[in-house]
Design a protein around this ligand. Structure first.
Ligand code: NDP
Ligand code: GDP
Length: 322
């Protein structure tokens, strides 16, 4: 069976994708960056820590990526590693450019040098649409990124297309809209809300401080979205696909779903804090996943209500046991 290399294997999507590929019988290799703290908790929660072959390396270090390609003998490469938090990208714009942008070229170069026949997936994002140029965004909608993160991702997106056109690399780019899960990083708004709801319910926190609760996102479940990544690399031809649910919801209504699941009224606990407003905001995102449905046979199968209640339940258990 084939081997796959995942960068960002310790992140939300990396963990779900590793599980999916293991279930399909792949030998799964994951690039792991040196950190002062334990980053394997997600792989542990999914019960696959021992099954993923970890390779030390960093996306900013081309030589380590070449070694990872050699060691893994991967025929499929999923480039999920990034500085992925939009708010941080204004505080560390140059690091974000290096890790989220330039590093895509590092990974593409490693593929080109070691195994140019390997199939490559790039984790592009709806943040590239930013100040939206169409009510529903699809593969033909012009981009207008609104953060250093969005700008860096746009560079990686175009480099993937460029290596496809220049060197015939089987590079596909998934333009994924926001996707969440119980394994979502705590800094992202859904997880911040579900964690706070659980703490408030258990008397361990009094209030929840948020920024712009009028902004709207097209939120799906990460477990569904990693299936789309795999499907893209099974196609004869590489291409770009929007992956979304086709429904958009305000942060406010998402809070309502989370709190009411626990019998709470979010308005009793919410405080608006200017600290969480962004220098430039992406007010609304709404994807049109018609191409993914037609060509990949993919569609989102988890509703926002199911997703948020799943996250709240997981946080209730975590908070109870800490
Ligand atoms: P996470 O933030 O959960 O994971 C990011 C991963 O990148 C982590 O494993 C992190 O490692 C790794 N990483 C960061 N810097 C480096 C580095 N210098 N070298 C090697 N690895 C590094 O992101 P998600 O799983 O949510 O997202 C996966 C990808 O998809 C990202 O590229 C993200 O930008 C993109 N995306 C995500 C969306 C979403 O809604 N989740 C939407 C659209 C795109 P460590 O744990 O050690 O920090
Ligand atoms: P993003 O779409 O990748 O930026 O995902 P986030 O989950 O970080 O943010 C989604 C939306 O929630 C953005 O419009 C944020 O401005 C908004 N938001 C409002 N309050 C907060 C907050 O306290 N934290 C975060 N992360 N986002 C918030």
């Amino acid at each position: 069976m084939a081997n796959a290399l995942i960068t960002g294997v310790t992140g939300q999507d990396g963990a779900y994708l590793a599980k999916l590929l293991l279930e399909k019988g792949y030998g799964v290799y994951g690039l792991i960056a040196r950190r002062g703290t334990d980053t394997l908790w997600r792989l542990r929660e999914l019960g696959i820590e021992q099954q993923v072959e970890l390779i030390n390396g960093d996306l900013t270090d081309l030589s380590s990526l070449i070694r990872a390609m050699e060691k893994s003998q991967a025929s499929e490469v999923y480039n999920l590693g990034a500085q992925s938090f939009v708010a941080t990208s204004w505080e560390q714009p140059l690091l974000t450019a290096q890790v989220t942008g330039i590093s895509v070229t590092n990974m593409l170069e490693a593929v080109r040098i070691v195994n140019p026949k390997a199939r490559f997936y790039q984790a592009s994002t709806s943040e590239m649409f930013g100040l939206i140029q169409a009510e529903k965004q699809d593969e033909t909608t012009p981009f207008y990124p609104r953060s250093p993160y969005g700008v860096a991702k746009l560079y990686g997106h175009w480099m993937t297309i460029n290596y496809r056109e220049s060197f015939n690399i089987h590079g596909s780019s998934g333009i994924l809209f926001n996707h969440e899960s119980p394994l979502r990083g705590i800094e992202f708004v859904t997880r911040k809300v579900t964690d706070a709801a659980a703490r408030i319910k258990q008397g361990k926190q009094q209030e929840l401080r948020l920024g712009n609760i009028d902004s709207k996102r097209d939120w799906g479940f990460a477990g569904d979205y990693v299936e789309a990544m795999w499907l893209m690399l099974q196609q004869d031809q590489p291409d770009d696909y929007v992956i979304a649910t086709g429904r958009t919801t305000t942060v406010r209504d998402m809070c309502k779903i989370a709190f009411s699941h626990l019998g709470l009224n979010y308005e009793d606990h919410l405080a608006i804090d200017p600290k969480f407003f962004r220098p430039a905001e992406v007010e609304v995102l709404l994807g049109n996943p018609a191409k993914a449905k037609a060509k990949l046979g993919w569609e989102a199968s988890t509703s926002l209500e199911t997703l948020i209640t799943m996250m709240v339940d997981a946080d209730m258990r975590r908070v109870e046991h800490e």
